[in-house]
Write a protein that binds this ligand. Structure first.
Ligand SMILES: NC(=O)N[C@H]1NC(=O)NC1=O
Length: 173
């Protein structure tokens, strides 16, 4: 899909196609639609990121709360979005043993109790061993730093989802 096609979409089509760029945050794609025309993928991406960057802290925390836990209840119940399912599967979360699942659930609960939102990580850039390691490390980061790290991960996730939609190659950041 090229950027001309994106710029020619009506509101309904735009939201259908790009509504999943930020996990379960139904307001962002409709707001980004107002910013057309986009010059290229990077420009489109920047508008998605700028929306979240401009939110007050409570709104940024809200964006994070829309994310399902990694290896959490939604995964067990088959309730993840198609994108999240693919990402969690890529990180090996669909083939965990019972003990590993319990351990991750405990880390998820500890993180959520401390920060007030779920642990966010771009699962496609990670793997089964790195996810718990990174979570254990970030559990001890100062809250402001942690909010920024989590929002950075949401951007990495969105960048790759957008690149998938537009058939282009996302860089590693
Ligand atoms: N909690 C969290 O980071 N969830 C996400 N990460 C990812 O790569 N896909 C998700 O749904």
């Amino acid at each position: 899909m090229d950027i001309e096609k994106v710029n020619s979409m009506d509101f309904g089509e735009f939201v259908d196609v790009f509504g999943s760029v930020t996990e379960r945050c139904p307001l962002i794609a409709p707001a980004v639609f107002s910013q057309r025309p986009f010059s290229d993928l990077e420009d489109l991406e920047q508008h998605f990121f700028a929306f979240t960057d401009a939110l007050p802290q409570s709104g940024q925390e809200g964006v994070l709360r829309c994310h399902p836990d990694l290896a959490g209840r939604e995964l067990q119940r088959g309730e993840l979005s198609a994108e999240s399912q693919r990402e969690q599967s890529a990180a090996g979360h669909t083939s965990l043993g019972a003990a590993e699942r319990l351990w991750l659930a405990e880390l998820n609960a500890q993180y959520r109790a401390r920060s007030g939102f779920p642990f966010a990580l771009a699962a496609r850039l990670s793997d089964r061993a790195a996810v718990p390691r990174e979570r254990a490390r970030r559990l001890h980061c100062p809250p402001t730093q942690e909010l920024n790290s989590a929002l950075g991960e949401v951007k990495k996730i969105g960048r790759r989802r957008l690149a998938d939609l537009l058939g282009s190659h996302a860089t590693e950041s």
